[in-house]
Design a protein around this ligand. Structure first.
Ligand SMILES: Nc1ncnc2c1ncn2[C@@H]1O[C@H](COP(=O)(O)OP(=O)(O)OP(=O)(O)O)[C@@H](O)[C@H]1O
Length: 712
């Protein structure tokens, strides 16, 4: 930064030398004119060339953008000001160029420097990182706009109505002023009526086009939201399980709902407001210049000052908005966790603790909102003071213009009618810019999810009608992505689950049973070794086929709110009522369902909250059986059923030659298994039939003792 400041000072010095040389040259040559406006522009161009070469050498051929902008302003400020001056107030005598005095020599560089400082510090902000961010922001915004492509026709219509509405809007104050000027008694009745008709036409046009524009924008926005939410939800569903361990459900649902909504709304509405305000500003500026260029210049002074203030506010606001968004997601997560776990909260008397935690989160949110309030009131005060100062200056100038006959009262009224919307337009442009910038964080988060490639193998193509159900774990080693990398959950596990046989997987807590089942269901991928189903690696099977042929019933099944039938048929498209009834019969659950008020149409409540734990397990078993799987994994799946029901379920699952994997702790179920696998600290320590294990003695008897002590 210091390097840029030093270079800027040297450039200013060089510029002063250049101007002095020209001035001395003109004085020595006794030239009375510098060649008129063409001469001023030529000198500007030559000066730009010299200054650029000087900057090029000064910065070792790498002139910074700030210095390049300073060079342009230094060279072009004088020609632009002189052209504007001649255009607004054509001189009575031939133009001879700017007065060559010392004040003019100082005024150019000083005002150029000031303009550059205001731009770089106030409007353009600082640092290289910011520039990279802006580039990213632009790319992200362009990407959001691309998602509007299917609605391009709607957008063309909306923007056309927008421009028509803005044109009508712009002319309303002008015609209001004209009507005021026609109020004098000596004006003809027809002229008055003509002015009124013009005013009515532009007002009706403005209302009509604005309404059409608003409606079409809202429709387009709703369509975009639907598309983006669908896409994001689809992408989220493709992610591997570890992704959901890293990102909690509160955060994900916040991204999916509030962030996508905010993203579409901000970009669409701001693009709308930005175009409307920009077109309006340009049109109004033209009309205002026509009414009084002196008052317009004063109005324009207000703008950069307001822009600097607003830009500072935007920077603060953006930081606060990010914090607010994170805080909101955290609050949602906290509340939904407490509500969904209300039974545990109540039984552990945790209400007060949860309330305290939630209160803490609300306090945090309150602090952020307080800061936001303080900043916005400070900016509001400063903005009002600036506007007041400019207004006073304008009134003084207007008084002298009216007394000299250069401005009519009607034109002054029109001018003031334009002035307020004009600064509102500017505020709107800055606000839209700020809002869009503050949404960039949200957009980048949504896109980071949309762009995420799932870290799991692509599904295969195998989808055989019939399976044998032979499963082989071949030297499988698996470490959880979020677990300690030097302590695998499964260590070189090699086992075989034979078709038509029940294999029990037994081991202490944390032994690796659930990890084994998770790999079998392809919730994770092993780092080493492979899992084969009928001699083919699991990942070669189609996702749908694999999960239909291999059903899992866990101790605490996850059920969804909706009818009993919906939960049984979950994930199946072509399931008939006959199939459902058959599965219910096979699970011996007819009695339980017939007792329910609405039978299969009974709403089981959120997560099956209206059912007992045993009924939930029963429902999960029916859900598995209706798929007619070749492999069934029962992970403590019958622990809450009565003995009769347990017996019936085990009989049923073993029918049809299925492969059954039983994750068990209970002695009875282990005894029914054809083979037993002991797993401890992630490694298979022993496996075999009852007889083989009896022969080995030791561990089998120890296990029996342990299991007995658990049951007693
Ligand atoms: N999602 C996870 N992330 C990281 N580590 C995990 C995860 N799930 C389990 N582990 C670890 O993996 C090891 C094996 O756990 P696993 O759940 O497979 O044991 P388990 O035999 O099913 O235990 P239990 O009988 O208590 O259910 C444990 O050390 C556990 O801490």
């Amino acid at each position: 930064m210091r390097e840029v400041a030093v270079c800027a000072l040297l450039i200013l010095l060089f510029d002063a030398v250049l101007c002095l040389v020209l001035w001395t040259g003109l004085v020595l040559l006794k030239c009375s004119s510098c060649g008129g406006l063409a001469g001023v522009w030529t000198f500007g161009a030559v000066k730009w060339m010299f200054l650029y070469i000087f900057t090029f050498i000064l910065t070792d051929r790498k002139p910074q953008a700030e210095l390049r902008r300073l060079v342009v302003v230094l060279s072009l400020l004088s020609p632009v000001v002189e052209s504007g001056r001649i255009l607004m107030a054509p001189p009575s005598e031939p133009y001879t160029g700017p007065p060559p005095d010392l004040s003019m020599l100082l005024l150019g560089p000083v005002s150029s420097l000031l303009a550059c400082v205001v731009w770089e510090k106030g409007l353009c902000s600082d640092g290289k990182g910011k520039k990279d961010n802006k580039l990213d922001a632009r790319l992200l915004l362009m990407r959001v706009l691309k998602y509007f492509r299917p609605d391009s026709l709607y957008l063309i219509a909306a923007f056309s109505f927008l421009i028509l509405g803005v044109i009508c809007d712009t002319f309303i104050p002008l015609y209001q002023g004209k009507v005021i000027d026609q109020l004098r008694g000596q004006v003809l009745q027809t002229s008055f009526c003509y002015a009124i008709v013009q005013l009515v036409l532009v007002s009706v046009g403005s209302a009509l086009f604005s309404g059409l524009r608003g409606g079409i924008f809202m429709c387009t926005l709703a369509r975009l939201n639907k598309r983006l939410k669908h896409l994001l939800f689809h992408t989220l569903l493709q992610q591997e399980v570890h992704f959901f361990e890293e990102n909690n459900s509160g955060q994900l649902s916040s991204r999916l709902h509030s962030d996508v909504d905010r993203m579409g709304r901000t970009v669409a509405l701001n693009a709308n407001a930005l175009v409307r305000s920009t077109v309006k500003t340009c049109l109004m500026l033209g009309v205002m210049l026509g009414l009084s260029w002196e008052l317009t210049v004063l109005t324009c002074i207000e703008m950069p000052l307001l822009a600097v203030l607003q830009n500072k506010y935007i920077t603060w606001y953006k930081e606060l908005k990010d914090q607010m968004q994170d805080c909101l997601a955290q609050n949602k997560d906290l509340a939904s966790q407490t509500i969904s776990g209300i039974r545990t909260v109540r039984s552990f008397n945790g209400e007060k603790e949860e309330l305290r935690r939630y209160n803490g989160a609300l306090d945090q949110m309150g602090t952020i909102k307080r800061h936001s309030g303080i900043y916005s009131s400070f900016v509001l005060l400063a903005r009002r003071l600036v506007s007041l100062g400019i207004k006073i200056l304008m009134l003084v100038q207007a008084r002298s213009l009216i007394s000299s006959g250069h401005l009519s009262i009607g034109s002054l009224v029109s001018f003031f009618l334009y002035q307020k919307p004009m600064s509102n337009n500017l505020k709107e442009i800055l606000y839209c810019y700020g809002e869009t910038v503050s949404t960039v964080g949200v957009i980048s988060k949504v896109f980071s999810y949309l762009d995420r490639t799932p870290k799991c193998k692509k599904e295969g193509q195998l989808a055989p009608e019939l399976l044998q159900g032979r499963i082989v774990f071949d030297k499988v080693t698996f470490t959880y992505p979020s677990g300690p990398q030097d302590e695998p959950a499964l260590k070189s596990v090699s086992v075989e689950l034979q078709p038509g046989k029940m294999t029990a997987l037994v081991g202490p807590s944390g032994g690796g049973k659930t990890s084994f089942v998770s790999l079998l269901k392809r919730l994770y991928e092993p780092q080493q070794g492979q899992i084969l189903l009928d001699d083919k690696p699991l990942h070669q099977y189609k996702h749908k086929c694999l999960h239909q042929k291999m059903a899992l019933v866990s101790q605490n099944p996850v059920l969804f709110s909706g009818s009993l039938r919906y939960n049984i048929e979950y994930g199946l498209r072509d399931c008939t009522m006959e199939k459902v009834k058959e599965a219910v019969q096979r699970a011996s659950a007819d009695d339980f369902i017939s007792e329910l008020e609405n039978g299969y149409d009974t709403d089981i409540g959120e997560c099956g909250g209206k059912l007992s734990d045993g009924q939930k397990q029963c429902l999960a078993i029916i859900r598995a059986l209706v798929r007619d799987p070749q492999v069934i994994i029962l992970d403590e799946a019958t622990s809450k059923l009565d003995v009769k029901a347990q017996h019936a379920v085990l009989q049923e699952v073993l029918a049809c030659g299925r492969t059954v994997l039983l994750v068990a702790h209970q002695l009875k179920t282990v005894e029914k298994a054809d083979r037993i696998i002991f797993i401890e600290k992630g490694a298979v320590v022993e496996q075999g039939t009852h007889q083989e294990l009896m022969d080995k003695r030791g561990r089998y008897y120890r296990l029996k003792e342990e299991l007995f002590s658990q049951c007693s």
